[in-house]
Write a protein that binds this ligand. Structure first.
Ligand code: HSE
Length: 436
């Protein structure tokens, strides 16, 4: 059988990794796929660089439309990123009857429903293992490996840049801005790191996992997103003293009245395996009824780890290209007519525990006022820490860990605590998950 022909849109870091790994491991890959997989055409704005990488072995063009129009190409790999050109080319590739492999989480989290519908109608596949957690095969695990299970919740460290920054802040006691600059200097963080540090990249990824886990459409617009820019080194220290680490988690949970979908800094017990995922590594913890907890760990970014996921999709498509659409693994795990319209819950209805830090005047009755406010709102206290005041100071830091409550109760409590004359400045709130 002749090799299946693949066209690459974009040959940057992941594209060149894909080219290299496909060539290096071609024998094993062919043995597994049952047929050769060959990149025969590449589109990239930097034609010169693309020619260097591909060493004159395939056709290089600057316009992605030429790849889409090539009747010999059966699979298009989209590695351009972003929502505009990428969306246009993916939809055109589908309309031309080509299968698509993409690493573009932003595109799928925002426009996935339209793209999957188009693919279903046209009978082609859109594969996206590389879009979530890079080299970790989490899409396959959720969609196929755990298919017998009712998934209860997923909590993931799914952004390497922010995990690197948090690890450095904790290890070296440095503040966010200093570590971000260092991360940029070392090439861990992009020159415009907004998507990473504001939690948007993680929210794209958890949106996709939520859809697969719970059989709902992708709904990025309903995700709660809070990044790490406001996190202070002092909270990382206090959390540690209380036996917790702070991680930026992407969380999605099935609740009786809907689905929680959120990204925010989270205290987690330091003894959990996932709390010990350091540096730029990724990990996804899945809790499901039959298996219980299962943890998936690995490199969430980089040329070859992401290429590994892209090529796994190429192999899947090569194996399944002959199967009719009804007999392929559905894009979002559930057959289109079995998708549910379970609502995504607003943040006010999310239930979790909290870390609250406040600075108070050290005088009688302050604690009583604070605990009264919490008790009136039926918020139970789990732990309490009062720091010694600095020499000559009357202000002290108080840290309260609460048991689980709804976010709207904590919002109300914080507003009341901030109104107390003895409480200085705003209350710092970080959510806490036991992940049990
Ligand atoms: N920028 C992402 C990260 C990798 O830092 O993990 C690509 O999604």
């Amino acid at each position: 059988m002749k090799p299946i022909k693949v066209g690459l849109l974009g040959i940057g870091t992941v594209g060149s990794g894909t080219y290299t790994v496909l060539k290096r491991n071609q024998e094993e890959i062919m043995g597994r796929a049952g047929r050769g997989i060959e990149i025969t055409m590449v589109a990239d704005r930097n034609v010169e660089r693309a020619r260097e990488i591909t060493n004159g072995e395939c056709e290089v063009v600057s316009d992605g439309n030429l790849v889409i129009a090539n009747p010999e190409i059966e699979i298009v790999v989209e590695l351009i990123g972003g929502y505009t050109v990428a969306k246009d080319l993916v939809l055109k590739a589908i309309a031309n009857g080509k299968h698509v492999v993409t690493a573009n989480k932003a595109l799928l989290a925002v426009h996935g429903n339209e793209i999957f519908r188009a693919a279903q109608e046209k009978g082609v596949m859109v594969a996206f293992e590389a879009a979530v957690a890079g080299g970790i095969p989490i899409i396959k695990a959720l969609r196929e490996g755990l298919t017998a299970n009712r998934i209860q919740w997923i909590a993931g460290i799914i952004n390497g840049t922010t995990n690197f920054i948090l690890s450095e802040m904790r290890d070296k006691g440095l503040d966010f801005d200093t570590v971000l600059k260092e991360a940029q200097r070392l090439g861990y963080a992009e020159s415009d790191p907004t998507f990473d540090i504001e939690g948007i990249d993680a929210a794209h990824k958890v949106t996709i996992m939520s859809a697969i886990a719970f059989g709902i459409p992708v709904q990025f617009d309903k995700a709660y997103v809070e990044g790490i820019t406001k996190l202070e080194a002092i909270d990382i220290r206090y959390a540690e003293q209380l036996g917790y680490r702070i991680k930026l988690l992407g969380i999605t949970k099935k609740m009786p009245n809907g689905i929680e979908l959120r990204v925010h800094p989270t205290l987690i017990p330091a003894k959990r395996l996932i709390a010990n995922v350091e540096g730029a590594m990724n990990a996804v913890l899945v809790n499901s009824d039959a298996v219980g907890a299962s943890l998936y760990y690995g490199k969430g970014a980089g040329a070859e780890p992401t290429a590994s996921a892209v090529i796994a999709d190429l192999v899947d498509i090569t194996r399944l290209a002959a199967a009719d659409p009804e007999h392929r693994v559905p894009h979002l795990a559930f057959q289109p007519d079995a998708m549910m319209n379970t609502p995504i819950l607003p943040m006010s209805e999310v239930t979790t525990s909290y870390y609250l830090r406040m600075q108070v005047i050290d005088q009688p009755g302050v604690l009583a006022d604070i605990t009264r406010i919490l008790a009136d709102l039926k918020i139970s206290i789990d732990a309490f820490l009062q720091k010694e005041p600095q020499e000559g100071e009357v202000k002290v830091d108080i840290i309260v860990l609460t048991h689980r409550t709804q976010e709207k109760n904590i919002d109300a409590a914080i507003a009341k605590i901030e109104d107390l004359k003895t409480v200085m400045g705003p209350v710092t709130r970080i959510r806490l998950e036991e992940l049990l």
